[in-house]
Design a protein around this ligand. Structure first.
Ligand SMILES: NC(=O)C1=CN([C@@H]2O[C@H](COP(=O)(O)OP(=O)(O)OC[C@H]3O[C@@H](n4cnc5c(N)ncnc54)[C@H](OP(=O)(O)O)[C@@H]3O)[C@@H](O)[C@H]2O)C=CC1
Ligand SMILES: Cc1cn([C@H]2C[C@H](O)[C@@H](COP(=O)(O)OP(=O)(O)O[C@H]3O[C@@H](C)C(=O)[C@@H](O)[C@H]3O)O2)c(=O)[nH]c1=O
Length: 301
């Protein structure tokens, strides 16, 4: 049985990793999050409340649980918050990653780190794993710094980068493109939707499956795990609205410059996922299929 420690277990990806792995007999899951366990499903795994910024708590947890694998999904993920609170962002995204890695090296655990398309500048997407990083915001810079630490690890490691993850969260601290469009249009609210950013949005179930394939194979190195469809948020929003027969006249097509967000976003990212398809058998759903699955999962109004 593979003992897997998952950080960020109350987050969007974390909860799908916990549900996926704890439902399979081959895995023993230790889920760790900040504060109380917020998952709907509270059986079939061990939950440990740990602040990842607390070095001794992190190292004690790893020593006590002795995992074979650590999947580090926990992070400060709101790019604007990271721009405003750089110290907090660095503490969680970089320093905490170092604490976990030091614990992993002591335990001899395989280390899988979750990273982002925001490590790239967005000038020449879609990106392959070997392309040069050049972040345009502090969140991206923190992930580049964390990746650098992971690459020097004394244990086998992998970095899974992903893009614009969407899905249904038990207790979401942040919305995502589908839930955000659906809830606003249903309330007849006007939406400014960006038409000059390009992404390859990723269904959270596909991302969790990709992470599972990496740990099953102990596949080492960087893997780009995202959807294959290159879309703008406007394209995505139109697909959501049309599928749900909601009023697309509520959309105002804007370019990113009309947003006064603290963190700059890279214009055109998106990933080439050939390596993940070839080496992991990674096969993500189309945005249309993912959209349908998410809508089916949403609780009835
Ligand atoms: N969502 C996306 O579009 C993308 C995500 N990624 C990366 O994938 C990973 C998972 O993302 P996602 O699930 O969407 O992120 P979420 O923001 O949904 O989850 C992140 C989790 O980390 C936890 N966390 C933050 N700070 C601490 C801390 N100090 N101690 C313990 N836990 C902490 C949060 O806790 P709490 O719930 O209490 O806030 C949260 O549950 C992240 O590393 C992210 O950078 C990469 C590209 C795209
Ligand atoms: C808030 C808002 C967003 N958008 C678009 C812009 C953007 O491409 C998309 C998502 O916007 P957000 O600001 O919510 O998300 P954003 O911070 O851009 O998303 C990022 O999150 C971190 C974790 C990552 O690692 C990145 O891969 C990326 O997913 O929706 C609009 O079109 N209109 C809006 O009013």
């Amino acid at each position: 049985m593979m003992k897997v420690l998952i950080t960020g277990s109350n987050g969007l990806l974390g909860q799908y990793l916990v549900e996926l792995l704890s439902s399979l007999p081959a895995y023993e899951v230790i889920a760790t999050g900040r504060g109380a366990n917020r998952l709907r499903m509270q059986k079939g795994y061990q939950y440990e409340s740990v602040n990842l910024a607390d070095e001794s708590a992190v190292k004690r947890l790893i020593e006590r649980t002795a995992p074979d694998v650590i999947i580090h999904a926990g992070a400060m993920t709101q790019a604007d918050d990271c721009e405003r609170s750089k110290d907090a962002c660095w503490m969680v995204n970089v320093t905490a990653t170092r604490y976990l890695l030091q614990g992993a090296e002591k335990a001899g655990a395989f280390f899988l780190f979750l990273s982002t398309d925001f490590v790239f500048d967005g000038l020449s997407g879609p990106y392959k794993e070997e392309d040069a990083v050049n972040p345009v915001n502090y969140y991206g810079a923190s992930k580049v710094a964390a990746e650098r630490i992971v690459k020097q690890a004394k244990v086998p490691w992998a970095i899974a980068r992903t893009v614009l993850v969407y899905g249904v969260a038990d207790d979401p601290r942040r919305s995502n493109i589908i839930t955000w469009v659906k809830s606003n249009l249903e309330q007849k609210k006007k939406l400014k939707v960006v038409n000059d950013q390009w992404r390859t949005p990723t269904l959270v179930q596909d991302l969790a499956e990709g992470c599972k394939r990496i740990i099953d194979k102990k596949a080492e190195g960087i893997f780009h795990l995202s959807g294959k469809d290159m879309l703008t948020p406007y394209d995505m929003a139109m697909q959501v609205a049309n599928y749900l027969n909601l009023d697309t006249k509520l959309f105002e097509k804007v370019d990113a410059s009309s947003f006064k967000q603290p963190a700059q976003r890279p214009a055109k990212t998106g990933f080439v996922i050939d390596k993940a398809e070839r080496e992991l058998g990674f096969a993500p759903r189309s945005f249309e299929e993912g959209l349908k699955l998410v809508i089916e999962q949403l609780p009835e109004k």
